[in-house]
Design a protein around this ligand. Structure first.
Ligand SMILES: [Zn+2]
Length: 227
């Protein structure tokens, strides 16, 4: 699962909970940030094999710290505990149940990965591996990613008040993510090294976080002036 993860970030954002969209963008991909970091450090292991599944070249045969069910729970619990202190540190408003929402958004990563991944997600440590393997079916997997993404964006547009320009930008963001997903799913390319994949994850995911940050800046001053 790739851009489909962002559906949860868009869907979780409400004016009421005041969680910045960029925070949710980090939360829904947090397990992959841990994974990419540990792959770069040589702690978690990845083989990049052309045609490993129809929709992905990644054979993540050892990622117990980032992607086991047990550690997914642990990272989600950590998010629940640190979100409130993080808000006061960053000077952001904290609303009731926001920590829980961030925590659930983080955990959603494992659930969506469970649908796409072949049997490489451990329940704990590196054993009892599960995965429904939708990546073996390229078109349905792609369709699910895009359907989820735009479902999330529709909820984001419907449940938050924002100027028209930001609505257009949110849809444009969705189109941009779709193009990147098309490239990832359909454009043939040579297998990169495991470290290059991990670097790519860091770079692209962080660019999306920055884009989410600026998306919510659009029309902000005018909104404040108006109210
Ligand atoms: Zn993942």
């Amino acid at each position: 699962m790739f851009v489909g993860h962002y559906s949860v970030a868009f869907a979780a954002k409400r004016d009421r909970n005041q969680i910045p969209l960029w925070v949710l963008f980090i939360a829904v991909q947090f397990l992959d940030y841990i994974w990419a970091t540990l792959v770069l450090l040589g702690i978690e292991k990845l083989r990049v094999i052309k045609g490993f599944t129809a929709g992905s070249m990644l054979d993540s045969y050892f990622h117990p710290y980032s992607h086991s069910l047990l550690t997914a729970f642990a990272w989600s619990a950590l998010a629940a505990f640190v979100y409130k202190p993080l808000c006061s540190w960053l000077g952001y408003a904290y609303t009731k149940s926001a920590a829980l929402i961030v925590s659930v958004a983080l955990f959603s990563h494992w659930i969506l990965d469970l649908i796409a991944h072949p049997r490489d997600l451990a329940i704990y440590d590196n054993t009892w591996k599960v995965g429904f393997g939708l990546w073996n079916y390229r078109d349905p997997e792609f369709a699910l990613e895009i359907a989820l993404l735009f479902g999330g964006i529709i909820l984001y547009l419907a449940r938050n008040t924002m100027p028209p320009l930001r609505k257009v930008a949110a849809i444009g963001f969705g189109v941009g993510l779709t193009i990147i997903q098309i490239g990832d799913t359909y454009v043939p390319r040579e297998a990169l090294t495991d470290k290059a994949i991990a670097m790519g994850v860091w770079i692209f995911y962080t660019l999306f976080v920055v884009a989410a940050f600026f998306l919510e800046k659009i029309g902000r001053r005018r909104q404040i002036n108006a109210s």
